[in-house]
Design a protein around this ligand. Structure first.
Ligand code: APR
Ligand code: PHB
Length: 389
């Protein structure tokens, strides 16, 4: 088999890239290790920056997002019982779109199906060959047989645990990592959201976040120990703890119900450099991870897809190599800014086990500064709605 671009990984990065390439007549094959049902069962953040909304539009998959997505023009930040709002529209003229990543993935699959796309699920033993030469190829097992696809380029969209990053020789790679000493316990519940905007809460008992998917579906998180297991937390214990971490007024109006999903996610900052090796290009979680505070995971994957799509279009449509040659530096420049923001917002909102009395006072002062300063709010708003590509 031969194609122009082999895309390893059928998560949001891989599907979005293949759909964008399709709009320009560039051929790709997506290789996904899991079943489609598995990919669609993963629950991730649900805040889309304008850049991601624009990419969905360019990919022709924005119809449902336009009707079911909820634009948010600001967010609430709680410091104990004090609540203040950061107005994105006032500070940036922009908003974000609340639309779950699961829905994004569903829309992308629907569009890819409609176009008769080649997406192979349940592939095994994917190996990338000769990425540093002129004629790369990918081998894998599918449906019980060994297969090979020859291609011009390979997009490594296979997430943090994928094979693509590890296909770049270790001596070429520089990795940067920070692991946070806590996790997020998330609950999805078929209840109306406690508030029509998100609430990020810094409380003496640890961080909490009130988010949503739609007017009948809420998503809540509380900071927890990484030693905890989801089954340690009954629904009653979760709601009780959440109530104690958000301002009294919201705690009193919180509508609770049975959880439809409950999971614990670790918090990590990670970047690998470079994001390209010869004809192999890394996109999304394959190259970087952010802690979820600020919801930059999917959005940062989207900016990578934008730069790679741009480079591939230049190559195939204009015969120019500039975009592909500079992919890594262009993508990384923005990745590091998203890393900085996610790290900063995480540091501001969580309780750390080793936090000294001094550290706590500094955190409180920084929150008070954010509450009182237009300049500080503008900086948060600018990052939250997404830095330009
Ligand atoms: N071969 C083929 N597919 C693989 C392999 C492999 N060896 N390893 C992983 N995959 C698949 C996974 O099953 C997954 O479906 O690659 C896909 C990677 O998807 P994500 O982990 O969702 O990563 P990405 O598409 O970059 O999305 C970035 O979305 O998933 C969130 O937290 C993530 O918000 C971030 C954003
Ligand atoms: C979510 O809705 O899951 C969500 C929202 C905002 C975040 C993180 C997660 O910062």
């Amino acid at each position: 088999m031969r194609t122009q671009v082999v895309i390893v990984g059928g998560g949001p990065s891989g599907l979005l890239l293949s759909q964008l390439l399709y709009t320009k007549g560039i051929d790709s094959v997506v290789l996904e290790r899991q079943t489609r049902a598995y990919v669609l069962s993963r629950i991730r953040a649900g805040v889309l920056e304008r850049g991601m909304v624009d990419l969905m539009t360019r990919a022709g998959v924005d119809a449902r997002m336009r009707t079911e997505g909820i634009p948010h023009t600001g967010t609430l930040i709680a410091q104990g019982d004090t609540l203040f709002r950061v107005d994105f529209a006032k500070h940036t003229g922009q908003s974000v779109m609340l639309y779950g990543q699961t829905e994004v993935t569903r829309d992308l699959y629907a569009a890819r199906d409609a176009a008769g796309a080649k997406i192979l699920h349940e592939v095994d033993a994917v190996e990338i060959h000769d990425a540093d030469r002129d004629a790369p190829f990918v081998t894998f097992q599918h449906g019980g047989s060994d297969q090979r696809i020859d291609c011009d380029f390979i997009a490594g969209c296979d997430g943090f645990h994928g094979v693509s990053r590890r296909s770049i020789p270790a001596e070429v790679r520089q990795e940067y990592e920070k692991v946070y000493p806590f996790g997020w316990l998330g609950v999805l519940s078929e209840t109306p959201p406690v508030n029509d905007e998100l609430i990020y809460a810094n409380s003496s008992r640890g961080f909490a976040l009130c988010s949503m998917r739609n007017p009948q579906l809420s998503r809540y998180y509380i900071q927890c120990s990484m030693a905890d297991k989801p089954e340690d937390w009954t629904d009653t214990a979760f709601w009780h703890e959440l109530r104690r971490r958000i301002p009294a007024e919201q705690a009193d109006t919180l509508v609770t119900g049975p959880s439809v999903e409950k999971s614990i996610a670790p918090l990590r900052s990670f970047v690998t450099e470079p994001m390209q090796w010869g004809r192999l290009f890394l996109c999304g979680d394959a190259a970087h991870i952010v802690p979820p505070t600020g919801a930059k995971g999917l959005n940062t994957a989207a900016s990578d897809v934008h730069y790679l799509f741009d480079g591939l279009c230049q190559h195939y449509l204009d015969g120019a190599s500039e975009g592909l040659n500079h992919y890594s530096e262009r993508a990384l420049a923005r990745v590091w800014k998203a890393e900085r923001f996610s790290w900063w917002f995480s540091s501001l909102m969580h309780r750390y086990p080793d936090q000294s009395a001094f550290d706590l006072r500094i955190q409180q002062a920084e929150l008070a500064f954010l509450r009182d300063s237009d300049a500080a709010q503008k900086a948060l708003a600018e990052n939250y709605v997404g830095l330009p590509y």
